[in-house]
Design a protein around this ligand. Structure first.
Ligand code: PMP
Ligand code: GLU
Length: 399
């Protein structure tokens, strides 16, 4: 009895590289090694107190039971208002659903829409889980690569070239994990022109980093004329409100797809936790002062890390406009040696950083780009200063 008895689907699924690296860093720390982990995309801030207080009050008020599978009406109303206020999206309550994190929204959508042979275009570099969720749901992931020379953003003509009669869904995040790039309204309009020329083609727009942007405002593809019927707008509480552990995300889209997601969720999890939903409604309704204070901290850190990375010969970085990641291009390191060890590829590059600098980052391979690595700057300024200094020292020894 062993692994070969596991389902083929499961055997084909890779472990989440971000979670795996974060775990490795935790284990090294537990052994007493002074590892700085810049591997996980998780705000290091705590959830604002007013949200915690709302959850405690909700528990006391008896929100301890199952909720309707697609979510409590009070939260769906808050989401509808938020989508109107921030995104120019008009959604009825039956077009909104709450799940255990944005991750489960994405899984519900893929389980609802994909059959064998359905192709899913994934803008690449992509967030690790898109690829594996699509595969697990039976779809065929089709990575569409945009490199640093185009700020990691797919151009309309590239998109047109890969769409065929099997294409059912397009997935991307903006602001992007892992590149921090962000599509402007005009860029989304241009992509929409391509999408609207093809029947039965949907978009999963992952906007979970919406509030962590350094340009003031992001745009939503679902708000482009004609795109509402085609778009599933995914968002959640994890990043903007520092609520990763609460496991609360939501999606808005056509009611017939939302109904199907609810059917899946009714069988798999019954829905998200009750008292957290009440607290999330408070968070979405309140002024965003604490969210923006966290965003301002992230911007300071972005500038600090950009400055430090620019001083490392051979790293090529963009200037990310959102999220909390850098995704430097590192191919000029391939073949370099410190006299004892040679860096051949991105996997070895991140091993060198872990072994010699005690800095944990994630290989670009996991994000569909073998020439890069991802650094999460959701860490204190002190940790970031120390980590980038260690990186400079170690990488400087590879000639
Ligand atoms: N989308 C992206 C792009 C992410 O980086 C993450 C990070 N966890 C998620 C979705 C999932 O978020 P959640 O915690 O809401 O499941
Ligand atoms: N989204 C975060 C990341 O990319 C959290 C880990 C995960 O969910 O994969 O690191």
């Amino acid at each position: 009895m062993s692994r070969h008895l596991l389902s083929r689907k499961l055997q084909n699924m890779s472990e989440s590289a971000t979670i795996k690296m974060a775990q490795k860093a935790r284990e090294l720390k537990a052994k007493g090694i002074d590892v700085i982990s810049l591997s996980l995309g998780e705000p290091d801030f705590d959830t604002p107190d007013f949200i915690k207080d709302a959850a405690i009050q909700a528990l006391k008020d008896g929100y301890t039971k199952y909720t309707p599978v697609p979510g409590l009406p009070v939260l769906k109303e808050a989401i509808a208002q938020k989508l109107k206020r921030d995104n120019g999206l008009d959604h009825e309550l039956n077009e909104i659903m709450v799940s255990n994190g944005a991750k489960q929204c994405i899984a519900n959508i893929c389980l609802s829409l994909l059959d064998e042979d359905d192709e899913v275009i994934i803008f690449t570099p992509y967030w690790v889980s898109y690829f594996e969720i699509v595969k697990f749901c039976g779809g065929k992931p089709v990575p569409l690569y945009a490199g640093i020379d185009q700020d990691f953003k797919v151009r309309p003509e590239q998109l047109e070239d890969v769409i065929n009669e099997h294409t059912k869904l397009i997935i991307f995040s903006s602001p992007s994990n892992p590149t921090g790039s962000l599509y402007s309204k005009e860029e989304l309009e241009a992509l929409s022109q391509v999408i609207l020329n093809h029947d039965n083609l949907f978009v999963l727009a992952d906007e979970i980093y919406e509030y962590i942007n350094f340009i003031g405002k992001t745009a939503s593809i679902g708000a482009v004329s004609g795109m509402k019927e085609r778009t599933l707008t995914v968002n959640g509480m994890s990043k903007g409100f520092a609520m990763t552990g609460w496991r609360l995300g939501y999606v808005a889209g056509p009611s017939w797809i939302i109904d199907s997601c609810a059917k899946v969720q009714g069988q798999f999890t019954s829905g998200a936790n009750a008292f957290g939903q009440v607290a999330a409604a408070h968070a979405l309704r309140a002024p965003l002062d604490e969210t923006f204070a966290m965003r301002d901290e992230f911007k300071k850190r972005r500038d600090l890390v950009k400055n430090a990375l620019d001083q490392i010969d051979g790293l090529n970085t963009n200037n990310p406009e959102g999220a909390f990641y850098f995704f430097p291009e590192i191919s000029s390191f391939f073949g370099r040696s410190n006299g004892k060890r040679v860096i051949h590829d991105a996997d070895e590059f991140v091993d060198v950083l872990l072994d010699e600098a005690n800095v944990a980052v994630v290989t670009g391979t996991a994000f569909g780009d073998p020439n890069s690595f991802r650094l999460s700057y959701a860490a204190s300024e002190e940790q970031l200063e120390s980590a980038t200094e260690r990186m400079q020292n170690v990488l400087g020894s590879y000639k």
